[in-house]
Structures are given as C-alpha cells and as structure tokens.
Design a protein around this ligand. Structure first.
Ligand code: SAH
Ligand code: DHB
Ligand code: MG
Length: 222
C-alpha cells in the first residue's frame, strides 16, 4: 500500500471524523479477542453512515458483522425507532460485536443473527421481514450473488445495496483469476448488470485499507 494513502486517511479522519472512544474501543477489543483487522476504515464507515442518513434510513441490514465496527457507524445513522439486523456466521465474532455495540450505546437498536447468512436471508425472505432501506454486504465473497439476490428481495424501491471489497487491489479485473473471492465478485458484477431493477456503479477506494472499492446500487421503482 502507498504510504500516502494512509496519510491522507489520517488527515481525513483528523479533520472530518475526530477521536471516537467507542470506535477505538471496538477495534481494541477486536484485536484483544483475535479478530482479523478487516473492518472498514473510519472514512469508509462514515461514508456508510452518511449514505444511510442521506436516504433517511430507519431499517438497515448488514451481512458480515465481524466485531461490529461498520455496524456502529451504520446504527448511529438511525433515528430513535430505527433498527439494524446484522448477520454473522462466527459465534465468537458475534459475541465480541455484542460487547462492542453495547459499549457504544447502540446495542438496543441492533439484532445480531448467528448462522450462515444465506440461510438466515432465506428465512428472512420467507417471513417477509423486509423491506430494508439499505443493505451492506461484507461477508464471504463467493456468496455475493446470493446476498445480492436476497438484498434485492428485502430492499424497498429507492433503497441502497452496498457491497464491500469489490476491487481487491485490482484483482476483480483479472478475467483469468481462479480465486474464489474474485470469481464471486466478478459474478456479482454480472448479476448486477443483468438486473433491471438496479441502477449501479462501483467506486475504487484507496486508504488505510489499501486499494479496494464499493459497489453501490439503488433499487428502482420508487
Ligand atoms: N462489516 C465488518 C467486517 C466484516 S468481515 C466491518 O467492516 O466492521 C466479514 C465477516 O463475515 C466475518 O466476521 C466473517 O465471519 C463473516 N462471514 C463469513 N462467511 C459468512 C457467512 N457465510 N455467513 C455470515 N457471515 C459470514
Ligand atoms: C477481507 C474481507 C473483508 O470484508 C475486507 O474488508 C477485507 C479483507 C478478507 O477476507 O481478507
Ligand atoms: Mg469488507
């Protein structure tokens, strides 16, 4: 990673984000509990927050909780009656996230559902648990198409579907890649392109987390 990218992320965080004891504590607890440091960056977390606030979201869905760092950014965008459902396969990750969310003071707005997200999402669809205003997909990349289809079924017209890690240092553009994560992400782009109900783009990002990107789609039909 270029040193400059991390420096600029530090500058952005200094000017626009500032110190945040709850988020710092979450990252510290994640490290102490042995979770991988693959959370979104502060600038990316705040982007999710700004987008959620911008569309007036009050029902949020996240696929891939880890220690709840992105969850805190998203949940803070909610109005008083807002809710966030976040899906996580690893019980230890979910336990650490629960502690972080409670310590951040937004635990009462967040429900963590433990299990393989494809199964949880099918149950949510079967039980008509939607619609959500925004879905953030950030879990195992080979399942990205399944997550996209579930997200589409569970999101209201005008709602947003956002997918993390769609660039991965440019590997997404390598048509010869045999990497399961790359194949899953390339399949995601094909599925989005073939979906008439979505208007989408993807934006490359650089920063403290290296070179990556978000796919951002709006559900048509409002
Ligand atoms: N959104 C988090 C980072 C998530 S990392 C943040 O930015 O703070 C990806 C998470 O997805 C990990 O915690 C991993 O355990 C979880 N995950 C992987 N496969 C999954 C699956 N099949 N179902 C649900 N969660 C899964
Ligand atoms: C990985 C997963 C992520 O969601 C991320 O943001 C960065 C890395 C990973 O599995 O390596
Ligand atoms: Mg990610």
């Amino acid at each position: 990673m270029s040193a400059g990218w991390a420096d600029v992320d530090a500058f952005i965080a200094d000017r626009l984000i500032g110190g945040d004891p709850a988020l710092d504590a979450a990252l510290a607890r994640n490290a102490a509990e042995g979770l991988p440091a693959i959370d979104v960056s502060a600038a990316q977390g705040k982007l999710l927050h700004v987008l959620a606030r911008g569309i007036g979201a009050w029902r949020l869905l996240e696929v891939g909780t880890l220690g709840g760092y992105s969850t805190i950014w998203l949940a803070r965008a909610l109005p008083g009656h807002g809710v966030l459902v976040t899906l996580e396969i690893d019980p230890h990750h979910a336990e650490v996230a629960r502690a972080n969310l409670d310590a951040a003071g937004i635990g009462d707005k967040v429900e963590i559902r433990v299990g393989p997200a494809v199964e949880t999402l099918s149950r949510m669809e079967a039980e008509s648990e939607g619609p959500f205003d925004l879905v953030f997909i950030d879990a195992d990349k080979p399942n990205n198409v399944a997550y996209l289809k579930a997200a589409l079924a569970l999101t209201r017209p005008g709602g947003l579907v956002i997918v993390d890690n769609v660039v991965r240092e440019g590997r997404v553009a390598d048509a010869a890649s045999g990497d399961a994560a790359v194949l899953g992400t390339r399949a995601l782009f094909d599925a989005v392109a073939a979906e008439p109900r979505l208007t989408a783009t993807a934006i490359q990002t650089v920063g403290s987390k290296g070179w990556d990107g978000f796919l951002i789609a709006v559900v048509d039909g409002e």
